[in-house]
Design a protein around this ligand. Structure first.
Ligand SMILES: [Zn+2]
Length: 424
């Protein structure tokens, strides 16, 4: 957009005065920001920088191209061409204003031809100008992450599309003394320049982590991924004092969380600075899992004991009731454990439905030739069968016989029930 306000005119003026990206900076981009690879085939290596093939039958992973002297990382591939895109940032200070210029670096590589590369400046940030951050940028392509058109003053300097982290900071970059004091030494640790320049002054923990060279924890802190540094700050201070480098902040915070669960001393270097973090992390994951399993088992057992005692109190008077006719036997369930077995055998819900807690019901197991076939629920108030069900809640072929058998003996149940009622 055309600059309209006074401040926009000032930003646009500053932008126009910025020097073009110099030959030296371009050289840096091509040699230090882009990768240099050689493609290995059976007989040799093609240098994807100069495009020339040279014989090589070794298995080495790196070599120097005899043709252009470039140090190559060797990949085993039959690919004849590839393109790479990287981001570089050029930092500058003009009129006491911190500026970051984000540059895209392209390399088009094809076997047999020298690489073609070029750069394009995507956006420029001007930090803290009259209390605000500003951006001069190209138009962002609505689809995908590319930029086109001219550099113009644009709104929303903090938009996500202007907050890419960069692969490299260009040599010879300038930063305000305040950022040097805060610990900036030429590495953003994969934090976007925008996040860095707008947040580092207000985050003491991030500053400490940056100065201590704890790149991974610094990145977590400043990008606001979780509250690990806040939660474990005492442990982190110990880890810094012991010069212990945390390479993977996420895993490290997980690990400290596990230590806390296990009641370990989070101020002891023995725990806080493990030689092999991955190994110790995994060991404590197992420990905590085992702890959880034991706890949940203990809870289940405790609950079953409670239920068992209650069931005994409620229904003990009926224990021993057993009716037999031919092959069919019907007997009262005498423990919660028996409810569990009935449920498992018939795959119904006599256990999960808490039938052992039902005061007014008496539950029987019906067995034919030693095999459980149905579970019977009898209403003690009504003195009649509410349901009798077998596998998957369906009646078995003995359903009628079972019901008749219970009906015939209902007097025995009534007698016990009435005795209970009169004594209660
Ligand atoms: Zn070469």
């Amino acid at each position: 957009m055309q600059p309209r306000t006074k401040i926009q005119h000032r930003i646009w003026g500053l932008s126009k005065e910025l020097p073009p990206i110099s030959k030296t900076q371009q050289e840096f981009a091509y040699s230090k920001v882009l990768d240099h690879v050689g493609h290995r085939s059976k007989k040799g290596i093609t240098c994807m920088d100069c495009g020339q093939f040279f014989e090589d039958t070794t298995t080495r992973k790196r070599c120097t191209c005899p043709n252009c002297n470039t140090k190559l990382t060797i990949e085993i591939t039959r690919k004849r061409k590839f393109t790479q895109r990287r981001l570089m940032v050029v930092l500058d200070v003009v009129d006491g204003i911190q500026i970051s210029r984000t540059i895209e670096v392209y390399g088009h590589h094809r076997a047999g031809e020298p690489v073609r590369h070029f750069i394009m400046e995507l956006y420029q940030h001007f930090f803290n100008v009259e209390g605000k951050n500003h951006v001069v940028a190209r138009q962002r392509n609505y689809f995908g992450d590319s930029f086109t058109g001219d550099l113009e003053v644009r709104r929303n300097a903090d938009a996500d599309c202007y907050r890419y982290s960069v692969d490299k900071v260009c040599n010879g970059s300038k930063v305000l003394p305040v950022f040097k004091k805060l610990g900036f030494k030429g590495n953003f640790h994969w934090v976007s320049p925008y996040s860095f320049f707008t947040k580092i002054q207000y985050d003491n923990r991030a500053e400490t982590l940056l100065k201590a060279g704890q790149g991974s924890m610094f990145r977590f802190e400043i990008t606001g991924w979780g509250n690990g540094a806040y939660r474990f700050w005492d442990s982190i201070k110990i880890c810094i004092r012991n010069k212990y480098k945390v390479k993977d902040a996420q895993m490290y915070y997980d690990y400290l969380g596990l230590l806390a669960r296990c009641g370990k001393d989070l101020r002891s270097p023995k725990y806080v600075c493990p030689k092999n973090l991955t190994k110790e992390h995994d060991r404590y994951v197992k420990k905590v899992r085992e702890m959880d399993r034991r706890q949940s088992e203990a809870r289940k057992i405790a609950k079953a004991m409670d239920d068992e005692a209650q069931y005994l109190q409620d229904k003990q008077a009926f224990f021993g009731l057993c009716f037999v006719s031919g092959d069919v036997t019907v007997k009262v369930l005498e423990s919660v454990q028996e409810f569990v077995s009935e449920s498992e055998i018939h795959k119904h819900c006599v256990f999960t439905g808490d039938y052992f807690k039902k005061q007014d019901s008496l539950i029987f197991s019906a067995i034919v030739k030693g095999i459980p076939v149905e579970t019977v629920e009898l209403s003690l108030k009504e003195m009649q069968i509410i349901q009798s069900r077998g596998l998957h809640n369906k009646p078995s072929e003995y359903n009628e016989d079972i019901k008749k058998l219970v009906d015939r003996n209902i007097g025995q149940v009534r007698k016990i029930y009435e005795q209970l009622q009169s004594t209660n």
